[in-house]
Design a protein around this ligand. Sequence first.
Ligand SMILES: Nc1ncnc2c1ncn2[C@@H]1O[C@H](COP(=O)(O)OP(=O)(O)O)[C@@H](O)[C@H]1O
Ligand SMILES: [Mg+2]
Length: 376
Amino acid sequence: MLEIIPNTVDPDGSALLAFLDKEELARHLNLFLSDQGRRASLPDARIRVLRWHKKNRCTMEITLETYGIFHELIGKIYAVERSDTYRMMKTMWREGFDQSAKYSIPQPLMYMYSLRLLLQENIAGASVREIFLGSDRRKQFEAAERSAHWLAYFHNLAPRLTQVSPAENQLAKMKRWTRRLAELELGDPVTEKSRQLFEKLQAEHSQLRDAEFTAGHNSYSPAHVLLADGRTAVIDWDGYDVGDPARDLAMFVVATQRLALGHLSSIRALDWLADAFLQTYVAERGAEVLPRLPFYKAAMCLKLAKYCAFNRQVPQWEKKVVAMLDEGVRVLGEKNTKTLLPLAQVIVLPKDCNQSKRGPKRPRAPRKSRFFNRTA
Ligand SMILES: Nc1ncnc2c1ncn2[C@@H]1O[C@H](COP(=O)(O)OP(=O)(O)O)[C@@H](O)[C@H]1O
Ligand SMILES: [Mg+2]
């Protein structure tokens, strides 16, 4: 029997049914278990939708019971074919980002082509997002550090499995976001701020030319970093690509600011954690990435402003659109002064958060990875 458990994300239990037929899913889950050598007849399955995007994708927690044994999985179903995500995860897993590694990803278990369903390991651990929103400052600081270590390791060692996308594509996208924001007619201030931000981004774009290229998560945020005992695992691999590592750093920082904006007193409330994250990353991989950071932070602000404007269910979306545009303009304005300097200095931790006895690490030259020059 397959049971869909309604929750706040999916109150009437219907989200998943827009993507597939319940019976078909039950049959396929049975196929999965048979493939694992587990059983022959239909298992009991309980499904809880975790997140869904209309006509695009739906992520669910699946609990399968066979002979009193429970198997916890995550299933992600797509509206279009995405076996590339599964293949990429398989390669990462083989290359050492596996369950025994300190820095890892969820184990990819199966991709069912007929349903466009990706099954993967359910990581039992708290997300850095939850920890950042908590009140234990030591834990928050450690979570920021672990997120930075994971990312530095990934940028150093992860295989480069796609072509680098041309730099012009980035600007074309930003132009499209700006135009779409203007079309919404949210008032002159929004139109004017987004135009101003785009013009600044356009002016800065040529300075990105000498960037290094590494594997990129492309959606690196506190919600996607899960902390289990001895293991840091990063989820949501649909955006994987190859590009400037500054993008992942910028995304994490802006996602942290967005978290503060939505849940705490001000957009700046978690900046100390964003700084700890950057400081730790720079200590591992060097500071070369920093001059490109403001551009990608501002680009991320524009993207999030557009996201909030088009997703009116986002609480206080109007306030967030304006705040994100303001932050983007501010970040580019400070480019060569404030943003780049503090990272070379000691980060001031809250008083109740002990620093390591050895004090902050000094930046080191970046290490070359064994995959660094590998082509796709
Ligand atoms: N492998 C996993 N282990 C544990 N939780 C997961 C896993 N994958 C996804 N989740 C949970 O489901 C949520 C949505 O998954 P995600 O892949 O980020 O979907 P989306 O593409 O909609 O952002 C995550 O924020 C996380 O809470
Ligand atoms: Mg996600």
